[in-house]
Write a protein that binds this ligand. Structure first.
Ligand SMILES: [Zn+2]
Ligand SMILES: [Zn+2]
Length: 319
């Protein structure tokens, strides 16, 4: 592949960038046929998807990132939080907040609605006792009007007034659009959560918005202990919005489902790496925390179970 000239930015890089612009995320497996087609066209000799190696892919990514960095754009990657742990790549705005991101395609009322949904994910539904970090469809629709304006006009026209909110129907369309545009994922149970791409893109903004600065560590009190609403996996250091948490409610250790397997491979006793409490595998982050409530604690009465929750996660893969 060295003769593909991937060190110099050329038409094949432009074509590959186009593929990123056209899609919300790409996996290596999805990039292979795209790069093969580009190289076939560019070099005039047939290249098969299987000929594209990870090294080729990385070399294209690095050439693109060099070209993109003056524009504050970057191709980043993250692992999906679902059981498959697929690595996904996306072209993201390196200095990103949702208001700016959505400004060109959405109205002020729509953006305000999305912000209310995000607040529901990361504040209302993200408490010390239940870190759901997702919003059920009906709860999201009820946020169509700003707080205080919910009485007015059930199906009324809001005529673009910046404070009137949306109708239920408009809110539903915005939610569908957010899924379509790759910002939200919708689970089978109907919960909306942030997609891997959104987590990549909004990482800095989420921390800035939902984590209160100051006091590192210790969140002693149950109610006021929500200073660090966005938490990172102890194993892979990425944000956890679905996964597992320490059974000790005041401990901030979180792990993705798949990361627990690797993390506890050499430690069958499964103790929290931070506070040494038993790691139950039944204290959840994500929509399972909503379904289960404090299930983790109650179910200890029926005896300890080694069952992992992978089956639950697998059924959710498509989001
Ligand atoms: Zn992890
Ligand atoms: Zn702990």
């Amino acid at each position: 592949m060295a003769d593909a000239g991937s060190d110099h930015y050329n038409n094949s890089h432009r074509a590959f960038l186009q593929a990123f612009l056209a899609r919300s995320v790409l996996t290596f497996e999805e990039a292979q046929p795209i790069l093969a087609a580009i190289l076939t066209a560019h070099e005039g000799r047939p290249t098969l998807p299987a000929d594209i190696t990870t090294a080729d892919f990385q070399s294209y990514l690095s050439a693109l990132n060099t070209a993109l960095s003056p524009l504050d754009l970057e191709i980043r990657s993250t692992l999906s939080q679902h059981a498959d742990r697929t690595r996904v790549y996306a072209l993201v705005n390196a200095t990103s907040d949702p208001q700016t991101q959505l400004a060109t395609t959405h109205s002020a009322d729509e953006i305000a609605f999305v912000k209310r949904v995000l607040d529901a994910m990361f504040e209302t539904n993200n408490t010390a006792s239940a870190e759901v970090m997702a919003v059920a469809g009906m709860q999201a629709l009820r946020l169509c009007k700003p707080a205080g304006a919910r009485q007015s006009g059930a199906n009324g026209q809001t005529l673009g007034g910046a404070s009137g909110g949306l109708t239920m129907g408009q809110a539903e369309a915005v939610l569908a659009g957010m899924v379509e545009e790759g910002w939200f994922e919708k689970s089978r149970a109907g919960y909306y959560s942030l997609s891997p791409r959104a987590l990549m893109e909004l990482r800095g903004w989420l921390v800035e918005t939902y984590n209160e600065p100051g006091e590192e560590g210790e969140s002693e009190d149950e109610e006021g202990g929500e200073r660090e609403r966005i938490k990172f996996c102890q194993a892979c250091r990425e944000i956890v919005t679905m996964g597992q948490r320490c059974s000790n409610r005041s401990c901030k250790c979180r792990l993705h489902d798949v990361c627990t397997q690797r993390f506890f491979r050499d430690q069958p006793a499964r103790k929290c790496p931070l506070c040494k409490a038993d790691w139950t595998g039944k204290d959840f982050v994500g929509e399972r925390a909503a379904k289960g409530g404090d299930q983790g604690r109650r179910s200890t009465t029926s005896g300890p179970s080694r069952r992992t929750t992978m089956d639950v996660e697998e059924s959710d893969e498509e989001g």
